[in-house]
Design a protein around this ligand. Structure first.
Ligand code: ARG
Length: 570
């Protein structure tokens, strides 16, 4: 499909000496008001370089630009307004979407490049909370978007499966736990043991020493300690995997923090050789004062490693193993400092790939005003949130469409979709207050609204085939049949898909795709209400059906990018 901005920018650049097409492209706009053209170039920035008034430039361009693809041009108040040849635009776009199908919107931007994405990464023996959900959903979308644009992606789950907390858990388990209780209650039991440890340790500080010594045993490969740790990991993982299955998310590798146990020593050596670390009361740290940051702690005084140590070893390992173009970490903004420190240490070590490291930070989620943290006794389990969403959607379906076959499956797709979409509904850095009413509203800017619109396209197409026995001739249609305002608005939205997906990749901002889906769904619904589709006039009917088909394809492609399922009936 022709990229109109690029096409016109190149033509204009060839008419104006010394002005790059890339710049012109960046200045071009899609006017919100169609009276100002389909595309428009403000000529103000050209004025200085060309020593002419913006209006004079616009007029010159109007006279010189060739008319291919263009209906007419206008030079108004320093703007060059371009009016496309609409029927040609409609016909080429519909042909292009029909040919491309599930590839519509994709590009080959990432050929030969690898992107490593570190996301989800919950902590073993602790429940999966909404922050991990948001990391999972955003990380998965970033993964899908890059894949769609031709990158090779490696999705890594950097499980929190190592650290002093496991020493505590072992002590607690041996004192108060039982095999049966852990097997039966899984993470709930582990969390309770962990909480009990903290309560008891306030009274009896020797518990802390015992915990430390168990963790040291783990770090030295003690069989008994490792067997218990392994068991805790398996139990937790089994629960996490239930959630991943519900969300439809997969990873290429589970490489938790423990994966780096034998990879930290060489990195510490390297830090020493490069004279980047200093000892401070027995601990080892990298000072970052001159960069306005607190020091990054690399070893505690008992010699044990930390979150930082494992992340540094992980970064070095990934650089060697994957030779990445980008390494992306998806966590909430509470870890901003951690990643700033990490990236700085990598830079100080002299690795040029430090510039390829990106922290994709996101805001906090609270439910109906309340916090969702794992504070003592006050844990809202993510699984419960998902189950409730499915249940509530199931109730809505009972009321709207009681005869629906596969109701349970559909309710699952829509309920989960609502939660996923809610996480992507605003710029990622914004905090989200999750409200059941907003997230599940079929008429709001929600996952269910997008899914419902998709189902509507399916039902129109099905009806057309049943009653009219029409094949949908989506390849060759008469573009003059789709010239009314609502149809053109849909066509323009369809056209923007490719560009929006690319923006979402560049800005690492999946909400650009979710926003797009809402815009497209709204444009389509306006068209649907304004124009009866199955009219008698064959040419008009075929053209409208082809447009519906293109909306279906584009919604489906976009939904897949953000991990939303596409049910054909709701
Ligand atoms: N397990 C950490 C947490 O729950 C997130 C890990 C993120 N990834 C990383 N490489 N540090 O906060």
């Amino acid at each position: 499909m022709l990229n109109y901005k690029l096409h016109f920018a190149k033509k204009i650049s060839s008419l104006l000496a010394g002005i790059e097409a890339q710049d012109i492209m960046a200045w071009m706009e899609y006017p919100a008001n169609s009276d100002q053209g389909d595309l428009s170039l403000p000529c103000f920035r050209l004025s200085k370089t060309l020593s002419k008034s913006p209006q004079a430039i616009a007029e010159e361009l109007k006279a010189a630009l060739e008319v291919e693809h263009i209906d007419h041009l206008e030079a108004v108040s320093g703007y060059l307004n371009i009016y496309l040849n609409k029927s040609m635009f409609v016909e080429t776009l519909i042909r292009h979407i029909s040919h491309s199908g599930e590839r519509y919107g994709s590009q080959n931007l990432g050929q030969g490049k690898t992107v490593v994405i570190d996301y989800s990464s919950p902590n073993i023996a602790k429940p999966f909370h909404v922050g991990h959900l948001r990391s999972t959903v955003i990380g998965n979308a970033i993964y899908q978007i890059h894949t769609f644009l031709g990158y090779r992606c490696v999705g890594i789950n950097h499980l929190g499966d190592w650290g002093t907390q496991f020493g505590k858990l072992i002590v607690a388990y041996q004192l108060w736990g039982s095999k049966e209780a852990v097997n039966e209650r899984a993470i709930d039991e582990l969390l309770e043991l962990y909480v009990k440890f903290h309560d008891e340790a306030e009274e009896d500080p020797t518990l802390e020493d015992q915990a430390r010594s168990w963790f040291t045993k783990m770090e030295h490969g003690d069989q008994e300690a490792l067997a218990l740790w392994q068991w805790f990991v398996e139990i937790s993982l089994a629960e996490f995997q239930k959630i991943y299955k519900l969300l439809g998310v997969q990873f290429d590798a589970y490489q938790g923090e423990s994966f780096y146990n034998d990879k930290m020593e060489p990195v510490i050596q390297e830090l020493k050789e490069k004279q980047l670390v200093e000892e401070d009361e027995g601990a080892l740290l990298v000072r970052l004062d001159e960069f306005g940051m607190a020091p990054a702690l690399m070893l505690k005084k008992d010699g044990s490693s930390l979150y930082h140590t494992r992340d540094l070893a992980a970064a070095v390992y990934r650089a060697e193993k994957y030779d990445f173009d980008k390494l992306i970490y998806v966590t909430d903004y509470a870890q901003n400092l951690h990643f700033q420190q990490l990236f700085k240490v990598v830079e100080l070590m002299g690795y040029t790939w430090f510039s390829k490291l990106e922290h994709v930070a996101f805001g906090r989620v609270s439910i109906e005003g309340g916090s969702l943290s794992t504070r003592k006794g006050n844990v809202i389990r993510l699984e419960n949130v998902l189950e409730q969403a499915v249940q509530k959607i199931s109730d809505v379906i009972d009321a709207r469409n009681p005869g629906l076959v596969n109701k349970a499956k559909v309710a699952e797709k829509v309920g989960i979709g609502a939660v996923i979409f809610n996480d992507l509904s605003a710029n990622r850095i914004k905090d989200i207050d999750f409200s059941w009413e907003d997230a599940l509203n079929f008429d709001g800017e929600t996952g269910p609204y997008v899914q419902y619109t998709y189902a509507r396209t399916c039902s129109v197409l099905k009806k057309a085939q049943l009653h009219e026995r029409d094949e949908i001739h989506d390849i060759e249609i008469d573009g003059t049949c789709l010239q009314n305002t609502e149809a053109i608005a849909v066509v323009k939205m369809l056209y923007l898909f490719t560009e929006r997906v690319e923006q979402a990749m560049v800005k690492l901002e999946p909400s650009i795709v979710s926003r797009y889906l809402i815009d497209l769904a709204q444009a389509f619904n306006r068209f649907y209400h304004a124009c009866y589709i199955l009219v008698d006039d064959k040419q008009v009917r075929e053209a409208r059906l082809a447009l519906v088909k293109c909306v279906q394809t584009t919604l489906q492609n976009g939904m897949k990018l953000i991990g939303l399922q596409a049910p054909e009936e709701i």
